[in-house]
Design a binder for this molecule. Structure first.
Ligand code: GLU
Length: 307
């Protein structure tokens, strides 16, 4: 298949839509990003990459980091993790407090904010302290992306904490229900440090390969998680990866995917490739407007989806 021509066509078709999205402004450091940008990359199992647009530009991965923290928490805690976090779609916005109150401090899934904060708490338990948890997650991301230069942007992490009222409220609510073990500020800051990691679409599409290949990196042969764990992560991505628009994403795109408010979306085609797209303008659900459209065009043009 001529992937390069398909990516070029997609870039042409989405250009008129770039002005329609709105950059996330509840994190001031992210509101400065120029919305008029688009990048897309795919990485095949032999390492071949195809890209278009701003595919080397580093951007804030934000909630895409929840995929990597969930992977590690599942690896170390196994099924016990589901005592503290569910695996059902929430049908609510990513930062909603209401459902968490009704459900006694147990987040619906690891991809809404409350769930990811809880996952971070579980990782701090495993690694012993918040600094080690942060460093080990970063080390994992560097390994799966095969890129040692990956860093977290401290300006974004600080900006998130300065305006982190809602995430702190979620963490405090979980703590009040005895579903958070560590210090609230430490857990939330560690969560923000992971959200503030910066990567390009080239790096992210490479980083998705272990999930497209039953937990084993097809290039290095390194096994990160079991096939069963990879299956579960992909299932939660499909059902919960886009917050209250997860059904819509599955309907239009037909792939497991995870979005972030930085405008990135990762997706994968099992046994074939990792995909990443970035465009900072968001739709009303907090997912990249053009990114979602580009992925829909990709599965339509290639005929590749999981269905
Ligand atoms: N750091 C963001 C927050 O907690 C992540 C949200 C997202 O990317 O959807 O609000």
């Amino acid at each position: 298949m001529d992937y390069q021509s398909i990516l070029n066509e997609i870039a042409d078709e989405i250009t008129p839509l770039l002005k329609d999205g709105k950059v996330a402004d509840y994190i001031p450091a992210l509101s400065m990003v120029d919305p008029n940008q688009f990048g897309m990359s795919i990485t095949l199992f032999d390492g071949t990459q195809y890209s278009v647009g701003h595919s080397n530009t580093l951007f804030s991965i934000q909630s895409i980091s929840k995929l990597f923290t969930f992977t590690l928490a599942l690896k170390f805690h196994g099924f016990d993790l589901y005592k503290r976090i569910g695996h059902e779609p929430s049908g609510n916005p990513f930062n909603s407090l209401v459902q968490l109150e009704y459900e006694k401090g147990k987040p619906r899934n690891p991809f809404i904010n409350a769930g990811a904060i809880n996952v971070t708490d579980a990782l701090i338990n495993h690694y012993g302290d918040e600094t080690s948890a942060y460093e080990e997650v970063l080390k994992f991301i560097r390994a799966i992306a095969d890129e040692d230069s990956i860093r977290s942007n401290p300006i974004v992490a600080v900006s998130e904490m300065e305006h982190g009222y809602r995430n702190l409220a979620l963490a405090n609510l979980m703590k009040s229900f005895n579903n958070l073990d560590n210090n609230v500020l430490d857990v939330v800051q560690t969560y923000f440090n992971h959200c503030a990691v910066e990567m390009s679409t080239k790096m992210l599409s490479r980083a998705m390969l272990y999930l497209a290949n039953h937990g084993v990196d097809p290039i290095t042969g390194k096994s990160y998680i079991t096939a069963q764990q990879a299956k579960r992560i992909n299932a939660v991505m499909l059902t919960c990866g886009h917050y209250d628009a997860s059904g819509d994403f599955a309907f239009h795109v037909g792939l497991p995917g995870k979005s972030g408010v930085g405008g990135g979306i990762v997706a994968l085609i099992p046994k074939k490739m990792g995909i990443a797209v970035w465009s900072p303008g968001l739709n009303s659900n907090g997912n990249s407007l053009v990114g979602t459209m580009a992925l829909e065009l990709f599965t339509t043009k290639t005929g590749l989806s999981i269905f």
